[in-house]
Design a binder for this molecule. Structure first.
Ligand code: ACO
Length: 310
């Protein structure tokens, strides 16, 4: 009965073992996972757009090949994650519709523009760096398919982070104009990168339950602090200034202290009012609608073969 199943589930979580698709799970656990995994998948897919804008304008064949590989990796991450959501009973087409209709979220970070080529480097360094901080602990998430997907995703994100940092290093060794371009991009992306980790712990409705279920392993503020501590020395090595006058080393705690985040801006972006929200969704909608015939043709072909095999 349900009480026994719940006991088995609790024991699996307590022993830090994985829940697999065929296992019984509480409805709240399933719902929370679908919400987080779908939001994560949507972020990977929408996240192709800001950098995808530079594919036709990358300054050399080498840079173009690297960027193309990176953007394709993001598509792959989206596909693994939609597959993980499907193991929970979700339907991929339905998730896409929910994204387009604004009923499911995607990461706030992808609603900011990429006006300069240095943005490609800064996204790799800061945005993918933040993604790694957030996602490495998810390799130990209690839901098996999600945790396993994260292993490969994190390996690829590490490559993305390094390519971004290497790009910025190259630009910093270039002209004054290039250095100014990097600094300007850092100034625009720093605060939104800190917002990626989600609201502060005391305003995060989902963290406590998600941690009790072993879906999340750390709180939003813990991971944000880890990211700042990791990134400040990298900024120093790069020779850029992080746009926060309150950033200071705190000897007693062994952490970098940072200034107040503009949570009103975060709320605006989540509500759909960021600089690029409308454009990102319009493009995703057009991709779904313009390519519907491909899906229909592939589905018809698969049906025909199923009948043939029967
Ligand atoms: N952008 C958009 N929405 C956000 C963000 C963000 N940066 N941070 C939090 N939210 C949303 C949450 O989804 C939640 O809304 P919902 O209940 O409608 O889903 C609400 O704000 C409150 O936040 P929390 O209670 O803290 O939510 P949660 O426990 O899910 O934590 C977090 C948010 C940390 C983003 C978590 O979902 C997570 O770790 N997700 C997996 C990683 C991920 O999605 N990364 C995507 C960006 S990285 C990349 O793709 C390169």
């Amino acid at each position: 009965d349900e009480a026994t199943l719940q006991e088995q589930f609790d024991a699996t979580i307590a022993a830090d073992r994985r829940i697999e698709p065929r296992d019984w799970m509480p409805e709240g656990y399933r719902k929370t996972l679908v919400r987080q995994v779908a939001q994560h998948a949507h972020s990977e897919i929408i996240g192709m757009q800001p950098e995808g804008d530079w594919l036709l304008a990358a300054p050399s064949l080498r840079r173009k090949a690297v960027l193309l590989a990176k953007v394709q990796d993001e598509a792959g991450h989206g596909l693994y994650l939609y597959s993980a959501a499907e193991t929970l009973g979700a339907d991929r087409a339905d998730l896409t519709d929910k994204l387009i209709e604004g009923r499911q979220k995607y990461s706030s970070i992808f609603n900011y523009p990429t006006p300069a080529y240095a943005d490609v480097g800064v996204i790799g360094w800061l945005v993918d760096g933040a993604a790694i901080c957030n996602q490495v602990p998810l390799c130990r998430s209690s839901y098996g398919p999600y945790a396993r997907a994260m292993i490969r995703v994190c390996k690829e994100e590490s490559f993305h982070q390094r390519q971004g940092y290497e790009l910025l290093m190259t630009m910093m060794r270039g002209t004054d104009e290039q250095r100014a371009m990097v600094q300007d991009a850092v100034d625009r992306w720093w605060w939104p990168s800190l917002m990626m980790f989600g609201p502060p712990d005391d305003e995060s409705p989902n963290t406590a339950q998600s941690m009790a279920w072993g879906i999340k392993r750390h709180t939003n503020d813990e991971l944000r602090q880890r990211f700042v501590d990791m990134t400040v020395p990298q900024a120093q090595a790069l020779g850029v200034t992080l746009p926060d006058p309150d950033l200071a080393w705190d000897e007693s705690s062994g952490h970098w202290r940072f200034g107040a985040i503009d949570w009103a801006e975060f709320a605006r972006v989540l509500a759909g009012d960021g600089p690029k929200n409308a454009e990102r969704i319009a493009r995703r909608r057009a991709a779904r609608d313009d390519n519907a015939w491909v899906v229909e043709a592939a589905t018809a072909y698969a049906r025909k073969h199923e009948r043939g095999a029967a």
